[in-house]
Design a protein around this ligand. Structure first.
Ligand SMILES: Nc1ncnc2c1ncn2[C@@H]1O[C@H](COP(=O)(O)OP(=O)(O)OP(=O)(O)O)[C@@H](O)[C@H]1O
Length: 265
């Protein structure tokens, strides 16, 4: 693997909050053009990993290199080549979509006019040309999500971190994004895709990394994971590798509590 092909490298990354170990020796080498489906149960440490790579958490142990540069070296220039769709974004609701996109474009060093022209074209592609100058507070969840996706891509980044990027999108828009991610990866962009929607992760990723309790417990293509686990679907593999087998009895207990007892008061 040549150096240029190596986009991300995590070596023995460990993160503790107080006495709680959230990441416990994570190792990951990611090459250009890969779409990594980064999955794991709630609280496994996925967002923590992404925040470390974005330079938002600094007191981790171990080494993180992005584009061959140790991110602890203090040079933040690597961030200009990154696009990020956070799971829960604080969009500036009082701004119009155009104002927001021009603002984020400028944060990434784009000339304002260039950012505005690009934002307009991308908004039109999402059928949002008519609300370009409307306040984001009036947008539906899916419309806000589209603005976030556009803002993550305006500066044509080489590495994308997408956290539950399709949430709120309708089936047609999902198809566009899925196809777009595949085409971006084919052009050499690298995508780090976190989601709980297993059937989409299964289809979209060419490599799946499963994190459980801060430890990588599976890493490979969907087909490789399938061979090892003998489960047909990614959600079956997920259940098996996270040791979760009691969904039916849990659901039954839940319903019996909902339906049970009498309310005499
Ligand atoms: N600032 C913090 N202080 C203390 N504990 C934290 C902090 N941030 C995260 N944690 C803990 O770290 C663990 C991992 O959290 P993280 O958000 O990385 O999980 P996740 O895999 O992204 O989960 P989800 O799928 O629910 O988004 C959780 O137990 C969480 O409570």
């Amino acid at each position: 693997m040549s150096m240029e092909n190596k986009v991300l490298s995590l070596r023995n990354v460990t993160m503790r909050y107080g006495v709680k170990t959230v990441l416990n020796g994570v190792n990951l080498e990611v090459e250009r053009g890969q779409i990594i489906g980064y999955i794991g149960p709630n609280g496994a440490g996925k967002s923590t990993t992404v925040k470390i790579m974005l330079g938002l958490i600094k007191n981790y142990k171990g080494q993180v290199e992005i584009f061959g540069q140790d991110i602890a070296s203090g040079d933040p220039s690597y961030k200009k080549r990154i696009g990020y769709v956070p799971e829960q974004a604080e969009l500036y609701d009082n701004l119009t979509a155009m104002e927001y996109l021009a603002f984020t474009g400028e944060l990434y060093g784009l000339n304002r006019k260039f950012a505005e022209e690009k934002a307009q074209k991308l908004m039109e592609e999402f059928d949002l040309g008519h609300v370009l100058h409307s306040r984001i507070s009036s947008f539906s969840k899916g419309m806000k999500q589209k603005v976030l996706i556009i803002s993550s891509l305006l500066h044509n980044p080489d590495l994308l971190f997408f956290d539950e990027p399709l949430s709120g999108l309708d089936a047609n828009s999902m198809m566009v994004i899925r196809e777009m991610l595949a085409q971006l990866a084919a052009q050499g962009k690298t995508i780090f895709y976190s989601s709980h929607i297993m059937d989409i992760v299964e289809k979209i990723s060419n490599r799946i990394v499963l994190l459980v309790n801060g430890v990588v417990v599976a890493d490979g293509s969907f087909e490789e994971l399938q061979e090892k686990s003998e489960e047909g679907s990614l959600s079956g593999i997920f259940n098996q590798l996270t040791g979760f087998t009691d969904h039916a009895s849990r659901a039954a207990r839940f319903i019996s509590i909902v339906e049970g007892g009498t309310d005499n008061e």
